[in-house]
Design a protein around this ligand. Structure first.
Ligand code: SAM
Length: 275
């Protein structure tokens, strides 16, 4: 049995399955990557070949294998304060505006933020650190941060709040000392008061989220491998979840600027819904 690489037919079957389940469209040039990642699941399940594994995935007995399969084929790279300008805007301009509007009674003293496709949690926790930096002005506010992702394993890491040096390379020494416990050296655990600010939930961006709308949504570094039809679906989900007057922050590779015509473009990466 050749387990080195998927055959043409196997690759197409896995590619179509990944597309239907997640919206991610895997290019022909990613065959080795997919082969390597699926092989990890062959080892974990003890299944001998790619085709048998595919059949298992599609069978009733394989329903619970879908999640670990999606875990291995998604890319979860992230770190604290990725795209510094986004967090500078959030911590300064955005929060100052919200605080001023609330004191003028032009908005309620509440903020709901959503990190859509949050991976291992660095993005929503970075939001939490920005809110915490202004906790005196935000005293008495209802503050909610939601982090969602398709992958269960990244959400487990997110909930644990434990990170390595690489994830923290943009976190300054003061914030490290104040908001993390380091033990052993190079292993950083977020303090409970920051962890408790974020709720994590499993969610596929191709489907509506439901619930109350959000004042600010971060949608970053997730849609790069989505085709136009899947991007459109995600944009509709995001627009439905954005409150009137709410802000949408997008990553440099989302490629959805042309689909955001109903929003006001504030910066190349920042869009606002009319209020
Ligand atoms: C590269 S990470 C981005 C993390 C963070 N937003 C950032 O910018 O650093 C992309 C994440 O998107 C998630 N993802 C992929 N397809 C998804 C989908 N259809 N719904 C929800 N999350 C998805 C992956 O599991 C992965 O954790």
């Amino acid at each position: 049995m050749n387990l080195v690489e998927l055959t043409d037919a196997e690759f197409v079957k896995f590619r179509d399955l990944i597309y239907r389940a997640s919206g991610i469209l895997i290019g022909e040039n990613k065959r080795v990557l997919v082969s390597n990642r699926v092989r990890r699941r062959l080892r974990a399940t003890g299944i001998a070949g790619y085709s048998q594994y595919f059949d298992f995935l599609r069978s009733p007995a394989g329903t619970s294998e879908m999640q670990p399969f999606l875990d291995v084929v998604t890319t979860n790279e992230t770190y604290f304060f990725r795209d510094a300008s986004h967090y500078q805007w959030l911590g300064d301009e955005y929060l100052s505006g919200a605080i001023q509007e609330a004191s003028a009674r032009r908005r309620p003293r509440s903020l709901r933020l959503w990190s859509a496709a949050c991976s291992t949690g660095e993005e929503p926790y970075s939001m939490a650190l920005k809110l915490t930096a202004r906790r005196r002005e935000l005293a008495g506010w209802r503050l909610e941060i939601l982090g969602t992702d398709l992958s269960a394993s990244v959400l487990a890491t997110a909930r644990s709040g434990v990170y390595d040096d690489r994830a923290l390379h943009r976190v300054g020494p003061d914030d490290r000392r104040t908001y993390f416990d380091e033990s052993p050296p190079g292993r950083w655990t977020l303090k409970p008061e920051i962890r408790s600010m974020v709720t994590f939930r499993s969610h596929n961006l191709l489907f509506p989220l439901g619930g109350e709308p959000f004042d600010c949504i971060f949608l970053k570094n997730v849609l790069i491998y989505f085709d136009a039809a899947s991007k459109r679906k995600v944009v509709d989900v995001i627009l439905a979840a954005l409150a009137r007057g709410g802000n949408l922050v997008i990553g440099p590779t989302e490629g959805i600027q042309g689909m955001l015509g109903s929003l006001e473009k504030v910066k190349p990466w920042l869009y606002r819904k009319g209020g």
